[in-house]
Design a protein around this ligand. Structure first.
Ligand code: NGS
Length: 286
């Protein structure tokens, strides 16, 4: 569906992002609740943006194609701020990227991890992505050196969050924002699908990396991997899942749950200017 990158047809130089000595790497986060999103993007960053929130930098060829996958339900204010910040941020990094919002319908508890798998599955039908970043909608990166690219190991991106005084809560924390290359994500069998409600799914993913992929996670330095968490009072967080510890410590076979057991009914996919919206209801059985 998405416009093909021009790079395969010509011999443009590789896109190169770096910060010169005089420039600051600090990315000024916009938290103006009344901003007009469409103007922000159009005026400064509309060039190179294609339908569905797909961007291809001009004049150079990218090494990776990034699918940025956001799990979502009823967070309109967050989404607005997220988009206003993330588009200019990723464009400065000269990335070929597409923003996917995976929106959970129905009355079930939120299932963050299963929504990520849906995003991966549906994205792969549209474009040959090779890098996946799974992102909470309320986290805004604050430093341009936090490059949204995938490497040879899964990366935990949201190391230092303002809400936690820019400290890592615990050494195996793997929540918030994570990056996987295609091979690693498939090798882990994606995210688990059995965590309904808050908590545990990110720890499960950490164990998949260690036990199934037999890799260790990587992180950018703490002074780079900095995020602001958007705080609003117009919503309540999901209920904690009382079964999360039981599932997590049961050491089940990761091959038996994940991408291959992600069941959902797809209502539609809408290609908006700033993002691709995937509307789904998650189901336990096909
Ligand atoms: C752990 C949760 C994780 C969660 C982390 C940080 O206890 O899912 O706290 O949460 N694990 C379990 O519940 C098993 S936070 O303080 O950011 O809300 O990501």
């Amino acid at each position: 569906y998405f416009k093909s990158p021009p790079n395969i047809y010509n011999s443009l130089p590789v896109c190169n992002f770096s910060i010169s000595n005089n420039d600051t790497s600090i990315y000024k986060v916009t938290i103006n609740q009344t901003l007009n999103l469409y103007n922000v993007i159009e005026e400064d960053h509309g060039k190179g943006l294609y339908p569905g929130g797909h961007f291809i930098p001009e004049g150079c060829q990218t090494e990776q194609r990034l699918a940025l996958i956001i799990c979502y339900r009823n967070r309109e204010q967050h989404l607005k701020l997220f988009l206003a910040n993330i588009h200019p941020f990723l464009q400065k990094q000269k990335l070929d990227y597409t923003i996917f919002i995976v929106n959970q319908h129905g009355k079930d508890q939120f299932n963050r991890a299963a929504l990520f798998n849906v995003g991966y599955i549906e994205a792969m039908k549209l474009y040959p992505f090779d890098c996946f970043i799974f992102h909470d909608v309320d986290l805004l990166p604050e430093d341009l050196r936090n490059v949204y690219k995938c490497g040879g190991r899964p990366r935990h991106m949201s190391v230092a969050v303002d809400k936690f005084n820019y400290k890592l809560l615990y050494s195996t924390l793997f929540g918030g924002v994570t990056a996987f290359n295609l091979t690693d994500f498939i090798g882990a069998n994606g995210y688990p699908t059995v965590y309904w409600g808050w908590g545990g799914e990110d720890d499960d993913m950490y164990l998949r990396v260690v036990k199934k992929l037999k890799k260790s996670i990587t992180r950018y330095p703490i002074e780079i991997a900095r995020y602001k968490m958007i705080r609003t009072h117009d919503h309540t967080s999901g209920k904690a899942n009382p079964n999360r510890h039981t599932i997590l410590y049961s050491k089940y076979d990761y091959s038996l749950d994940g991408i291959n057991t992600t069941h959902y009914s797809l209502h539609n996919i809408v290609f908006y200017k700033l993002f691709t919206l995937i509307n789904v209801t998650l189901t336990e059985e096909p």
